[in-house]
Design a protein around this ligand. Structure first.
Ligand SMILES: Nc1ncnc2c1ncn2[C@@H]1O[C@H](COP(=O)(O)OP(=O)(O)OP(=O)(O)O)[C@@H](O)[C@H]1O
Length: 280
């Protein structure tokens, strides 16, 4: 459905993405992970059509290069939640979610029955019914983020791009949103490509994980292939354990804390002193 092939992108003369290749099938959840500045947002913005590509055939949807889509046509296929959302003063939650229907407007701003149904569905899906008349700029960061996600869902596209969708959310809402993302795939066959900073979030929802490092795909595949102690060390430069937990039915990544590091150093010193006979 979505194919990214040898995508290279520079901001002016600052190269950011190098020969990125990635495929997404229909109904697949792909997580983009990688350190700050590795190019995750830039990759999403390229796929969303917001950035102009030198090689316009590098990104194709259903076999058609994205530059061949008209703006409105592409907005019916790809919805994009950017990393930072505006506060949107003077606009209610329902009005903002209604903006998601813009690609379907013909003349003027009259909502059709389909529009109203999509708006209602999105508000319900994000549990925002009780918020619909609230002003967007008076919401908390996490609440506002849910409204922006609802707007993206109201667009009713087969492909949804989410840039750090859980950033401002508390623990409960983070895990609820991960459930919503899985639901979008399982019940509605949506293809979701999402940036996560918390690898455990990526492990919870992904069919595939794309690990970016310095603008290149370091590894792409299922979680067991990609999330290893070796790859975390290579890309993030930290020591972490990848533990398989029975209760979660998946792996969890636990970075080595300072206490454990200190404990290991002390054990090492004690062993050494033992070896040379200073401790007995
Ligand atoms: N508009 C821009 N103009 C110039 N350089 C940019 C622009 N946007 C991003 N960059 C640079 O491109 C590189 C990749 O940025 P990008 O935002 O894609 O990374 P990221 O992996 O999403 O980072 P983060 O995890 O911090 O959000 C960085 O070096 C950044 O400074």
């Amino acid at each position: 459905m979505l194919s990214v092939k040898n995508l290279t992108y520079s901001y002016g003369n600052h190269p950011v993405l190098h020969q990125v290749t990635m495929d997404a099938r229909q109904g697949e959840i792909i997580s983009l992970i990688g350190p700050n500045g590795s190019g995750k947002s830039t990759l999403l913005r390229c796929i969303s059509g917001l950035l102009t590509l030198k090689d316009s055939s590098a990104i194709q949807i259903d076999g058609r290069r994205i530059s061949a889509y008209k703006r409105k046509e592409l907005a019916k296929v790809v919805a994009f939640l950017p990393q930072f959302q505006e506060k949107m003063p003077g606009i209610t939650v329902k009005e903002l979610v209604a903006f998601g229907r813009t690609p379907y407007q013909r003349t003027g701003w009259l909502l059709s029955d389909d529009d109203r149904e999509a708006i209602r569905w999105s508000l319900e899906f994000l549990q925002l019914e009780n918020f619909e008349n609230r002003m967007v700029d008076q919401l908390s960061g996490g609440e506002r983020q849910r409204v922006w996600i609802a707007m993206a869902l109201a667009q009713d596209t087969p492909i949804i791009l989410l840039d750090e969708p859980v950033t401002y959310m508390d623990l409960k809402h983070q895990w609820e949103l991960l459930g919503i993302i899985s639901h979008l795939k399982e019940k509605f066959g949506k293809t979701v490509i999402s940036v996560f900073h918390d690898i455990n979030h990526a492990l919870e929802v992904s069919d595939q994980i794309c690990l970016l490092h310095q603008g290149k795909v370091h590894q792409m595949g299922n979680s067991e292939q990609v999330i290893t102690e070796k790859s975390i060390k290579e890309v993030y430069g930290i020591k972490a354990q990848v533990c398989r937990t029975k209760t979660c039915c998946r792996s969890v990544v636990v970075p080595e804390g300072r206490k454990r590091k200190r404990q290991k150093e002390e054990e090492h010193l004690e062993n050494h002193l033992n070896e040379i006979g200073l401790l007995s």
